[in-house]
Design a protein around this ligand. Structure first.
Ligand code: SAH
Length: 392
């Protein structure tokens, strides 16, 4: 595998995030194809490192080894065995096989997994000339494999990421109901916030939204502080990741002043949020304060508020959050120049809040179906240019 070898790759993501992941991949200068829950692209090991280090909204990057129709176990076995496993897996590779099956004749996942495993073992034995009597040691580096059947098509992938990309490595403690980091980044990417505008999250919890906002503003790559599965692989040039990380470090915007306020009613969460911001390297960018959202007021204009308030879902009682949503409306609706973005699973949110959203966007917070209610603020009047006698 050289630095030039092109591989078929896929960025897996949560439903609803595909377009954002696609936008991020294109921003890296890579063409891609957006599908349900995934974005397909071609790339080298350098691209594997770059996408892992840079993508804020994806879950993981996988290498696609092959795709073929499979309606029988024999067909699956032969199809898997025909793929070039030896190009990726050394003789001592540890290769757990995960499986899933959707709308396919081969629906028993344990069988699909074990057939796949057998076929790969068989292939490696053949290529490395090992007798069938001796089991493969599997004591070497790990290659997490997935066999996914969908509409009778089998897709075989190797995961390059390891623990999911939402784990940036800055969050030590989570508090009660944290957002995943890639979800928080997506929420920010869906706003009209620019780093020169004030930003507020008045239900900040462990600080995920303001921290992701600061990372975006400073152009700090989300994967700078973490490790990836591919680092274990012998054929993956060790320098590549180091180079990608070094380049990313040089792209951090140092001279920038941000106006981000993060508050929460729970002082313990404020302490956790502060610590997380420190670990993320953005402590200086965010002002943290313990406060009830009911007490929020501001003289500033044209700001952006993003909030992930309690949903009442856990208590199984939406009526518990009704007064809170009403109070949110009382505080926020008068701020006409502010854009407000609120994520909740409460379908009655607009009624409680007291205003109809400009736009709603369907998303998933983990397994929970949620809506992102967007209230666009008044636009800043264009700065009036006065030329001699003419107003433009
Ligand atoms: N996005 C956060 C999680 C937010 S959970 C994260 O990623 O960690 C909702 C938060 O709203 C909780 O932290 C809770 O303490 C806070 N909250 C509840 N009622 C509040 C109120 N009246 N004023 C301010 N914050 C409140």
């Amino acid at each position: 595998m050289t630095k030039e070898t092109k591989l078929k790759l896929v960025a897996a993501c949560a439903a609803g995030m595909e377009a954002l992941v696609g936008r991020e991949i294109r921003n890296l200068g890579i063409e891609c194809q957006v599908e349900n829950g995934k974005v397909l692209f071609e790339g080298t090991i350098v691209d594997i490192a770059r996408t892992n280090v840079w993508l804020r909204t994806a879950d993981r990057i996988k290498i696609i080894l092959g795709e073929f129709p499979a309606t029988t176990f024999d067909g699956l076995f032969e199809g898997v065995k025909a793929l070039a496993w030896e190009e990726f897996l050394p003789l001592d590779a540890e290769f757990p096989v995960a499986g899933k099956s959707i709308k396919s004749k081969l629906f028993s996942t344990p069988d699909v997994q074990s057939i796949t495993k057998k076929a790969i073992v068989n292939k490696l034995r053949e290529v490395y000339h090992r007798p069938a009597s001796v089991p493969l040691a599997e004591t070497g580096s790990k290659f997490p494999i997935e066999v996914a059947l969908r509409n009778d098509i089998a897709t075989l992938t190797i995961d390059t990421t390891g623990s999911s990309l939402f784990k940036r490595g800055y969050r030590t403690e989570k508090g009660g109901a944290p957002l995943k980091e890639n979800m928080a980044a997506a929420l920010m990417m869906l706003t009209n916030w620019y780093p020169d505008k004030p930003l507020v999250d008045f239900t900040c919890g462990s600080g995920t939204i303001p921290i992701e906002a600061a990372l975006i503003a400073r152009n700090i790559a989300p994967g700078l502080k973490r490790n990836f599965q591919f680092e274990e692989w012998g054929w993956f040039d060790k320098n590549v990741l180091a180079e990608v990380k070094a380049a990313a470090r040089s792209e951090i915007k140092q001279d920038l002043t941000l106006d981000i306020l993060a508050t929460d009613i729970d002082h313990r969460l404020i302490e956790i949020a502060k610590e997380n911001a420190r670990l993320a390297g953005v402590a200086e960018d965010i002002e943290f304060k313990q406060m009830r959202l009911q007490d929020f007021h501001t003289e500033k204009e044209y700001g952006v508020l993003v909030s992930n308030p309690p949903y009442g879902e856990r208590l199984g009682d939406f009526s518990a959050v009704k007064p809170l949503y009403r109070e949110m409306g009382e505080v926020l609706i008068p701020l006409e120049t502010w854009s407000k973005y609120i994520l909740t699973s409460d379908l009655m949110f607009e009624e409680h809040f007291g205003a109809k959203a400009t736009k709603k966007r369907k998303l998933y917070n983990g397994a929970l179906r949620v809506d992102y209610y967007q209230y666009w603020g008044k636009r800043k009047p264009r700065e009036q240019k006065i030329e001699k006698g003419t107003e433009v």
